[in-house]
Design a protein around this ligand. Structure first.
Ligand code: PLP
Length: 453
């Protein structure tokens, strides 16, 4: 029996990323409030939010300073925009702060309201830039299978997951996908991480040569793949890939929507993994998700080309009403102040060994083929046979079942394609909460084993 609220939900809300058919029977999990790393449902049951919502609430759920920053800005100036040269002080100060923090040469910051919009902006800027340079054929974008870059038309075209393409008439022409960088699944038996990275770089080079280097404009990658399975690239991956990109003048875009702002124990994931992108997309933890805000870093050559385009066309014809919303910008400034003052990112690095030790230990479980990550993010893969890595029939829905058992244990984690389960708690999680999280996940795996065997 669904509760009254659940019934009203089923009758009225079209849910993103939900099996709309089973949702009619199961109904929603309605959450009411949050405190620290916990969220509470309408019955008052607590859950450790082991996914930080959607990889985003880095500062947890009851940060009064973020609330006050939003309130104060709302009271002072709830909205103004950045169109036609209009500006506001939180936007200016945030752009200055982000310029300082960016691990890549950055001239300007362009703000969006989401990660999808940030990546759509990257595609449009790449096309516009190459037109400005007279490289009218250099437009193709290479992304990776299992990559996740969002759901707007260009972002979904870069995303490399079946559910984002099947019957959506996507990807658009000109969007290509090379192999995911997943050693457990992609490497040959006995192939080292370095040799596997070299093979992936060779595949990228073959793709560029096959398409024609003068037609390939950009390559996009998440430092750690999130929605594709919480997958850390093999050693040497980014240095091998970057050598190829540089050879053919292919722009490198790092999608740091999950990894940015401390997830890997560094400000940006690129720093932890030796990536040197031309531009970074960011969102999520920038505001700890208390307000929607994202953006992209703009390097000086790109900026100069954009100025030239304005001289020719008359304006920079891109932007949305909420680009750089002042309340979101004020919250982001406060979040960054807290990250710095409270050593949140150093703290994430200090807690990472415990987190990764507990996660890796799950690889000893009968159902788990691979478990691991970096910083405070990681994933595990459920397999039917550990020796052969054989998977369960996808119809079994074994990862979804494990996640449901975890929910019963008071833990929210996320099932991803390929029977993977992701863990990505708020960066403020305490050591005893890390232990509680993995105790609960271990019990959920036990219950899954008892259910399936
Ligand atoms: N890029 C990455 C790496 C993401 O994980 C996400 C969302 O999960 C996006 C882009 C899209 O962001 P949004 O959902 O804010 O549009």
């Amino acid at each position: 029996m669904l509760s009254n609220l659940a019934t009203r939900d089923v009758e009225t809300v079209l849910h993103p990323y939900t099996n709309l058919s089973t949702h009619r029977q199961i109904g929603p999990l309605v959450l009411e409030r949050g405190e620290g790393v916990h969220v509470y449902d309408t019955e008052g049951r607590p859950y450790i939010e082991g996914m930080s919502g959607l990889w985003c609430t880095a500062l947890g759920y009851s940060n009064a300073e973020l609330v006050e920053a939003a309130r104060a800005q709302m009271a002072r100036l709830p909205f103004t925009h950045l169109f036609s040269g209009r500006s506001h002080d939180p936007g200016i100060e945030l752009a200055e702060t982000l310029k300082e923090l960016m691990p890549v040469p950055t001239s300007k910051i362009f703000f969006t309201s989401s990660g999808s919009e940030a990546n759509d902006t990257q595609v449009k800027l790449t096309w516009y830039y190459n037109n400005a340079l007279g490289r009218r054929n250099k437009k193709k974008i290479i992304a990776r299978q299992k990559g996740y870059h969002g759901v707007t038309v260009a972002s979904a075209s870069m995303t490399g997951l079946a559910a984002n393409h099947a019957d959506w008439d996507l990807p658009l022409p000109g969007f290509l996908h090379v192999s995911a960088a997943h050693h457990y699944r992609g490497a040959e038996p006995g192939e080292s991480e370095e040799a596997y990275s070299a093979r992936l770089a060779a595949e990228l080079e073959e793709t560029i040569l096959r398409e024609g280097p003068d037609t390939v404009a950009a390559f996009i990658a998440e430092p750690v793949m999130g929605a594709g399975g919480a997958i850390v690239p093999p050693r040497g991956y980014f240095s091998a890939i970057q050598a190829v990109l540089a050879k053919y003048e292919v722009r490198f875009i790092a999608d740091e929507v999950i990894c940015g702002f401390g997830r890997l124990g560094t400000w940006f994931g690129s720093e932890a993994l030796g990536a040197r992108p031309d531009s970074i997309s960011f969102a999520k933890a920038l505001t700890s998700a208390y307000m929607p805000l994202g953006g992209v870093s703009i390097d000086e050559p790109l900026y100069e080309a954009l100025v030239g385009q304005s001289e020719k066309i008359g304006t920079f014809g891109h932007g949305t009403t909420y680009s750089g919303h002042p309340v979101a910008a004020a919250v982001a400034l406060k979040a960054i102040e807290i990250y710095r003052r409270d050593r949140i990112i150093e703290g994430a690095a200090e807690k990472a060994p415990q987190f990764q030790r507990r996660l890796s230990a799950l690889a000893g479980h009968d159902l788990v083929g691979e478990a691991g990550g970096i910083g405070l993010i990681g994933g595990l893969e459920i397999v039917a046979d550990k020796a052969t890595k054989r998977q369960y029939d996808p119809k079994t829905g074994v990862a979804a079942r494990c996640v449901a058992f975890a929910q019963g244990e008071g833990l929210i984690v996320r099932a991803l394609a390929g029977d993977r389960v992701a863990v990505c708690p708020p960066l403020i999680i305490a050591p005893d909460e890390i232990d509680a999280l993995f105790d609960r996940l271990g019990r959920a795996l036990d219950r899954t084993r008892d259910w399936i065997r």
